[in-house]
Design a protein around this ligand. Structure first.
Ligand SMILES: Cc1ncc(COP(=O)(O)O)c(C=O)c1O
Length: 389
């Protein structure tokens, strides 16, 4: 099908909920993707923090082929060997959390809201202004951005929003009804907002003092994005529960809620379920994906490449007045402009670089963790030629 025809049929047959860029990607390899006409792009976006190991990793292709030949799906009513293996690996890399499997980030947060209520018997969850936790009702209620919520009111009651990074505001919000606090370790969709050093540590200590559950949404920060397997390891905190999705499956849809064993025990048979959650294929792929991250030393690579990309982008800041701030951890980096960034995204794409614009004026870099130095250089050089025109 030609590009024009794809656009025409998309309008005709697909719900128009996405503001699409004029691009149809059909192939990928590492940090490079190709469009219908065979044009190549450096993917600094990784399918929105999903392809942390890059596109079409040979081990993932091999794993999928092998598993598909055996079995794709049964049901959680039977034991699922790859699910047990994945949960064991997650237990090891997280430092002792048990898993509930689902299919996306928003579902992982839904599971969390239910578990938090059941475990604590309380109804109020403190979340952050400017946060993003998903689009289903519970996660949307937790989300701290009115623009996503307004058309769908009334939402789930019981959420209180506080200023992200402001420890005093958090303290003021606590009441005897508080069950938990739910935070992104770094706000992603909200513009790559890194909290002040010690903020998460202080929040976690206050939670312990007040018997409040400390919950992190690692949907975007998980699986090496910050240079550690999970961002909580970077910030040296230990959540009671956390959620993952995106880069867990290297492009295959899978999500999970992970919780300390004594907490997840509150979920009894029948309390929560998912038809597809944790099926043979999804879990086999996710396990292979984590093994790749470990075997190929991608956490260290993300750290090193992150330092390099941050430095190169900060050099641009000295040159281009339209850059207000460059910030980030590992390979999760935001470049805040003094103007909307959609035009920059369009120009970069025309020059073969895919980046994302979030929160209207923040260029978000989320490249594969194994992006090469030359690819980083090329992307930054392209940005250098198009900024502030
Ligand atoms: C921090 C965070 N939580 C939750 C979600 C929702 O994940 P999903 O789109 O897989 O439902 C996202 C998606 O961008 C996210 O960034």
């Amino acid at each position: 099908m030609e590009f024009k025809e794809i656009v025409r049929k998309d309008k005709l047959y697909v719900a128009q909920t996405y503001s699409r860029q004029p691009l149809a990607i059909v192939e990928g390899n590492g940090a490079i993707v190709k469009d219908l006409e065979g044009n190549e792009y450096i993917d600094c976006f990784s399918g929105l923090a999903v392809l942390n190991i890059g596109h079409s990793h040979p081990k993932i292709i091999e794993t999928i082929k092998k598993q598909v030949e055996k079995i794709i799906h049964t049901t959680n009513i039977y034991y699922i060997p790859p699910q047990v293996e994945l949960a064991e690996l997650l237990y090891k890399v997280s430092g002792g959390y048990k898993s509930f499997f689902c299919n996306s980030g928003t579902e992982a947060n839904e599971a969390t809201i239910k578990l938090v209520r059941k475990y604590t018997g309380k109804k109020v969850i403190i979340a952050a202004e400017n946060s993003f936790h998903g689009r289903t009702f519970g996660s949307l209620s937790a989300t701290g951005q009115e623009r996503y919520k307004k058309p769908f009111a009334p939402l789930l009651p019981g959420f209180k929003h506080v200023k992200f990074g402001d420890i005093e505001d958090f303290k003021r919000a606590i009441s005897p009804k508080t069950a938990a606090v739910l935070l992104e370790p770094i706000q992603g969709e909200g513009g790559v907002i890194v909290p002040p050093e010690n903020y998460l540590k202080e929040v976690s200590e206050i939670c312990t003092d007040h018997s409040i559950l400390f919950v992190l949404d690692e949907v975007q920060t998980g699986f090496g994005r910050t240079g550690e397997m999970f961002a909580f390891q970077h910030f040296k905190v230990e959540p009671d529960l956390f959620t993952i999705a995106k880069a867990l499956g290297a492009g295959f849809p899978i999500g999970a809620m992970l919780a300390k064993p004594e907490i997840i025990k509150a979920f009894r048979i029948g309390d929560h379920a998912s038809t597809f959650g944790g099926n043979h294929l999804a879990c086999t792929v996710a396990k292979a994906n984590i093994e790749i991250i470990l075997d190929e030393n991608l956490l260290e690579k993300a750290k090193q490449s992150g330092i390099y990309l941050l430095r190169r982008l900060k050099e641009l800041k000295n040159k281009h007045k339209c850059i207000k701030e460059v910030r980030g951890v590992g390979l999760m980096i935001g470049v805040e402009l003094d103007r909307p960034c959609n035009v920059i995204v369009d120009k970069a794409r025309e020059k073969g670089v895919l980046i994302n614009c979030t929160h209207d004026n923040v260029l978000r870099f989320l490249p594969p963790l194994n992006i090469e130095k030359e690819q980083i250089d090329k992307a930054v050089d392209v940005l250098d030629t198009i900024l502030c025109d």
